[in-house]
Design a protein around this ligand. Structure first.
Ligand SMILES: Cc1cc2nc3c(=O)[nH]c(=O)nc-3n(C[C@H](O)[C@H](O)[C@H](O)COP(=O)(O)OP(=O)(O)OC[C@H]3O[C@@H](n4cnc5c(N)ncnc54)[C@H](O)[C@@H]3O)c2cc1C
Length: 283
């Protein structure tokens, strides 16, 4: 049974790119940059993976055509990672070629821990070829991040640091929120010291405020890092941060395959469940 889109619309801009354009323009008018994300994951056949790559290429053209201030975010499992690594890499490079023509940035999102190593490996190959036009994500909760962050920071890679959205077992990831926050801070320091413009994806006031205080104390200017938040969450905070002179970017997902993304948002915060229930009541 397909659930009605009205449930997801708090967190998802539309079921198509065209439907999402007014929301994207509205956020751009508030001086918020975007990263558009076509929803979907774990594609198991080449036909769907090929169609996804085409849809992403259309998206890159569409961003250019509509003059949006937006990069894109992709998931490797949408580009065929579960089918064949080489095929997935070719798809990614095809997309990166088009992105380069438009001078656009492509972020490779991080998925569950079964994919961490292969995602980093593919990212490193892409980085060697495309440099700063491609970036990836590191999850503070993973134990392995201590080593990954050192390696990627030394490379000068373009990294988005997040807590991590996937449920992971004890031996793979920290489980306690205060430990995850402390790890986030430690890794943020490494990125701020060694990389050009690290990106921090969090809605957590403790981390948002800590970043402000830490960077001010270290004389790191407000345009040397970026705050990133998800569509539908904390828009006012993002506008306030922008007015204070910080770089900001909203992650704007769209597409019909919104259910897994939507579920992760519900699991993260009980308040998000209330948003959805109130949407249903209003409907
Ligand atoms: C731009 C972006 C990209 C991401 N990309 C990835 C990715 O590629 N891979 C991945 O695994 N994960 C990704 N994530 C998700 C991330 O890993 C976390 O699961 C998610 O951001 C929740 O953690 P949090 O730090 O935002 O706050 P939470 O841990 O959800 O909340 C902590 C505290 O923050 C405050 N807070 C949180 N939300 C709100 C709110 N809406 N209003 C008011 N206060 C609030 C509350 O005090 C709350 O107790 C991304 C997140 C962002 C923002």
């Amino acid at each position: 049974m397909k659930l009605p889109f009205v449930l997801a619309k708090r967190f998802v801009a539309g079921e198509t790119f065209d439907e999402s354009i007014p929301k994207a323009k509205y956020l751009n008018q508030k001086n918020l940059a975007l990263t558009l994300d076509l929803l979907g994951e774990n594609v198991t056949d080449k036909k769907t993976a090929d169609e996804t790559v085409d849809a992403y290429i259309e998206l890159l053209h569409g961003i250019h055509k509509h003059g949006l201030v937006s990069s894109i975010s992709i998931k490797l499992t949408m580009m065929g990672l579960d089918i064949d690594t080489q095929y997935c890499k070719e798809n990614l490079f095809k997309l990166l070629d088009v992105a380069q023509e438009h001078n656009q940035f492509v972020n490779i999102d991080m998925e569950g821990s079964d994919y961490t190593q292969i995602t980093i490996d593919i990212f490193k190959e892409a980085f060697a070829k495309y440099g700063q036009s491609v970036g990836t994500v590191i999850q503070a909760m993973l134990h392995r991040t201590k080593d990954d962050i050192e390696e990627l920071a030394k490379l000068g890679a373009n990294i988005r640091l997040v807590k991590g959205a996937y449920k992971e077992p004890d031996h793979v990831a920290l489980q306690n929120m205060s430990d995850i926050r402390e790890a986030f801070k430690d890794y943020a320091k490494v990125l701020l010291e060694h990389t050009e413009c690290p990106r921090f994806g969090t809605h957590d006031d403790e981390l948002v405020n800590w970043l402000r205080e830490y960077t001010a104390a270290k004389n790191i200017s407000k345009d040397q890092f970026e705050y990133q938040m998800l569509y539908g969450l904390r828009e006012e905070t993002m506008v306030d941060l922008t007015k204070l002179g910080y770089k900001t970017r909203v992650y704007v997902p769209f597409g019909t395959d919104w259910f897994p993304y939507f579920t992760r948002r519900l699991m993260e915060r009980k308040e998000n469940i209330w948003f959805v229930l109130s949407t249903m009541v209003k409907k």
